[in-house]
Design a protein around this ligand. Sequence first.
Ligand SMILES: Nc1ncnc2c1ncn2[C@@H]1O[C@H](COP(=O)(O)OP(=O)(O)OP(=O)(O)O)[C@@H](O)[C@H]1O
Ligand SMILES: [Mg+2]
Length: 243
Amino acid sequence: MGDNVLETSDLTIRFGGLTAIDHLNLYVNKGEAVGLIGPNGAGKTTAFNMISGIYKPTKGHIIFQGEDITGMPANEVCKKGIGRTFQVVKPFGGMTVLENVMVGGFAHTRKTSESSKIAKEVLHLVELDKIANRKAKDLTLPQRKRLEIAKALATKPKLILLDEVLAGLNPTEIEEAILLIRKINDTNVSVLMIEHVLQAIMAICSRIYVLDYGKLIATGSPDEVTKNPDVIKAYLGDDYEAT
Ligand SMILES: Nc1ncnc2c1ncn2[C@@H]1O[C@H](COP(=O)(O)OP(=O)(O)OP(=O)(O)O)[C@@H](O)[C@H]1O
Ligand SMILES: [Mg+2]
């Protein structure tokens, strides 16, 4: 499939006796936004850790833009064009917002001026430009989440992996973050996002994959997936009603 930016085939990882991801097959088309959902401990972050080169798969393959990147170290995967955010945000607290984002920019250049230029563009996009000189440790949670996205964007990804970037945000902040993710997706960056805020997944993603105990239990449009009895049983609960 020439239109895939990402494809995993039989992707599997075991930690001792635990198979955290079990023969995962998924793909993301160029320009698409795709959701990855499932209960706590289902293996979502572990899948991201394999795709971004932090964990080496026990088995299976990761194909990015037609190239097999299985087992490639994280810094090389980043240079190839996969950016990611971390579920637990960890900015360099003593550094400014701008400096934090410049770290991402150095994935593409050694020149400080060039990295600073990239960082400023990204900060404008995520609307943190007004607080570029603030220390990262002084940011509010929604600002930290945006900084995390900015750091990933500064690596100029073709595909961005977002790991629960909406967690802890209030409804207004969620609405704003949805607009931001759409805006990023509109700049031709494909999106694969892990999220428990279903409303956001529904608003952003054309397709969803559902993981449970390391296995895919459903895939399809948001509408199909949220009506799937297996998904309701494993994750959404009987009280869930699609809005
Ligand atoms: N390095 C590791 N060593 C051993 N077990 C691990 C490791 N990383 C993840 N696991 C296990 O793999 C399983 C999946 O964890 P993971 O963090 O991927 O879940 P998740 O779907 O992201 O959950 P959450 O929604 O809570 O973030 C868990 O049982 C976890 O304890
Ligand atoms: Mg996780």
